[in-house]
Design a protein around this ligand. Sequence first.
Ligand SMILES: Nc1ncnc2c1ncn2[C@@H]1O[C@H](COP(=O)(O)OP(=O)(O)OP(=O)(O)O)[C@@H](O)[C@H]1O
Ligand SMILES: [Mg+2]
Length: 266
Amino acid sequence: MGVAGCHAIGRVGSPARRDAGPGIRDGCEGGVMRGVFITGSDTGVGKTAVGAALAWRLSCEGLVVRPRKPVESGYDSEQGCAHPGDGETYHAAISGREPLARIGRYRFRAALSPERAAALEGRTLRLDDLIQGCRDGVGPEDFLLVEGAGGFYSPLTSDGLNADLAAALGLPVLVVCADRLGAIHQTLLTTEAVARRGLPLAGVVLNETVPSADPRMNNGVDVGRWLGCDPVLVPYHHDAHGIPIWRAIAPSLTAVVAALVTNTGG
Ligand SMILES: Nc1ncnc2c1ncn2[C@@H]1O[C@H](COP(=O)(O)OP(=O)(O)OP(=O)(O)O)[C@@H](O)[C@H]1O
Ligand SMILES: [Mg+2]
């Protein structure tokens, strides 16, 4: 049986569904926006680790990557380098080629949904603010890499979910899911939501954020069977040498890099 609509939304390594590639005609500027929207099955599943690895590797492929973490909550500026925020991680991954303030425009202290964290600081964010923040400084040849916050249906602003931002930008969606018990359900649910928005699926990454508790579990095979396309597996990386996690896992993302470069004509 499988999941309705999944075969129609493309797979890593296959051509994207849209004629113009996995970007859209950007009505505001008349150009083609190309890039990827990184979402997750949840918070803390490795969106930044995967996104920064992709930003680095796509830059190495010669693309001008414009990472955007349009809104970040749980941001503590006083912890500095000990706990870099997502914006700082992307900044490092592209060797500081873009100002941090442009990568992450809105940051709030409370580790809550961005909408609520903003409200606690007396701010109301609108979806248009984030759309503008994502588009600013992105040329027609650039690769826009956007990380949402939380999961696909997590609220970002008073008037929009992650799904709404992805749809407004018209980017293909990469779903990152923690490779643990429950991953099959979370992956299928999220990819079905992506399909409902009519967005191409750039791929599914099963990321082992903690070592697998049961060697008999094989989410890669099971997700692949139900989804109808193979997920990309990222193994747990034991941080023994102080290498940033995104550098350590980058070799596992070769298939995603190849698909994004191919599908964006890079
Ligand atoms: N493959 C991996 N092996 C080991 N640790 C990992 C792996 N992937 C991610 N991590 C760790 O898991 C934690 C969460 O990862 P990350 O910050 O990328 O998640 P996220 O989905 O971006 O979270 P948020 O919702 O807060 O933006 C981090 O401490 C990261 O270093
Ligand atoms: Mg993150």
